[in-house]
Design a protein around this ligand. Sequence first.
Ligand SMILES: [Zn+2]
Length: 386
Amino acid sequence: MLELLFLLLPIAAAYGWYMGRRSIRIKQQNNQQQLSRNYYEGLNFLLSDQPDKAVDLFIDMLQVDEETFDTHLSLGTLFRKRGEVDRSIRIHQNLIARPNISFEQRDLAMMELGKDFLAAGLYDRAEEIFLQLVKDPDHSEESERQLLSIYQATKEWWKAIRVAKRFKRASRKALLPTVAHYYCELAGIEQDSATVIKLLNTALKTDPQCARANVQLARLALKEGRDKDALAAFERLCEQSGGFAVELVEPIEEAYQRQDRALRYREILEDLLVKEGQVSILLALAKLVEREEGADAAQQLILSQLKRQPTMRGFHQLMRLQLALVDSEQAKDSLVLLSDLVEKQIRLRPKYRCQNCGFPGHTLYWHCPSCKSWGQIKRIRGLDGE
Ligand SMILES: [Zn+2]
């Protein structure tokens, strides 16, 4: 009998092993079923516009299965892109708090959390994160870019310049025009004239095509009565591309007159008109021609240009010149009425537009308030522009 019992022992052991395996399998199946039930439930919450409940559920699920890390990381990013930054912060903070994630995963979640803080305008917290991540070669480039965005937003230009200098060679070269704008920004807030000039010259050294530095140098020289310096900066600007010379065409005229160089001013305007074709240049030239050769010659000049390139401002000036030549009172009244209407229309239209994002405005911003690009806002061309 005892022998029989011994014979049954392996069977009992095999049965125990089988039952153990079975219960593990059942538990796994239950977990998976629970997981997919939770996923469907979470998706339902998302679809029925109850994202708060969905977020809670997804966060709970993380405790169930750590392999959902990537899904949670993407979910947080998705919320940030939709502008729901508080939710993305919650998700990414929760990921970082997990004790069993790898260093790599933790850094990825930190990077996303830094971007969340940046999007929420919590610049000091974002800076803290990116200053940590910048030490890691895998994340240094991305962190440098993010730090640059922070310092641009907080207008800490020296810090921005220092970060830009740390970029890899190719990226650093591409950033030079932007860095030149940082020096111009510093010049804009500096009070001491000698320092301002030094900063603007550094901007030109950084990017010889920086039109803004020449505009600021010419304006400062005009303000301080340094005509020769103003003319030098203006003529450098005329050599540059980008069509920014038009910004100084009017205020620079008196400096040429004072320096007895009216002929040179006319030459420059004629060259600029051929090169840029902007109506402000045409009007400045027409004013000069009117003074030197009379209203008829000025009218001829505007007419010939208008045939090639019709603009509202050109027509408006033509009407003003016509007023002086018309005898009939009735015709004069009609012209005045028409001229006023056109003037109102011109004043209503935006003068500038960002070449990058289309942001319109009445003043020249060197840093686009909408897309944050530098030097892309220019005078609008076409019928109701330049
Ligand atoms: Zn823009």
